[in-house]
Design a protein around this ligand. Structure first.
Ligand code: ZN
Length: 139
């Protein structure tokens, strides 16, 4: 299967799947390929220009890598003063919220249900932007 961006005489651009380029040419030549918007059988392969049109909005690979590196550095810095509590995260966060335990920055693991419950209870928790590798040498 092959996908083509097609364009009708009214400048509608749409995607269509074909078994092969030949199949497309045969069907288009026979007027069997029609624009889904205006039913125009006069379709041609569209010259797509998203790279030109949206260039200002696109992030290059290098920029994306730099952004992730910056995010990783920021997260590492934020976690430097935070204690890994692993699977006890929900229990510890709740205890701190209820005043049963002294407040301290912690990070750890919580299931989606646990995280949701904490948020519902008003416990200020937030997902980390990047995954954290749990320290193995912890008791
Ligand atoms: Zn059309």
């Amino acid at each position: 299967m092959i996908v083509f961006d097609l364009r009708c005489a009214n400048a509608h651009v749409f995607e269509a799947w074909f078994a092969s380029t030949t199949a497309y040419e045969e069907q288009a030549g026979a007027g069997q390929v029609r624009c889904p918007l205006c039913d125009d059988p006069d379709v041609t392969k569209a010259v797509m220009a998203p790279n030109v049109a949206a260039k200002g909005n696109r992030v290059s690979h290098a920029e994306a890598k730099a952004a992730i590196s910056a995010l990783a550095a920021a997260q590492a810095k934020a976690l430097a003063s935070s204690s890994w509590v692993g699977a006890d995260f929900a229990t510890r966060a709740r205890a701190m919220h209820l005043g049963e335990e002294k407040h301290a920055p912690i990070h750890g693991q919580a299931s989606l249900a646990e995280a949701k419950a904490l948020v519902d209870e008003g416990v200020p928790v937030a997902p980390l932007p990047l995954p954290v590798v749990p320290p193995k040498a912890l008791n």
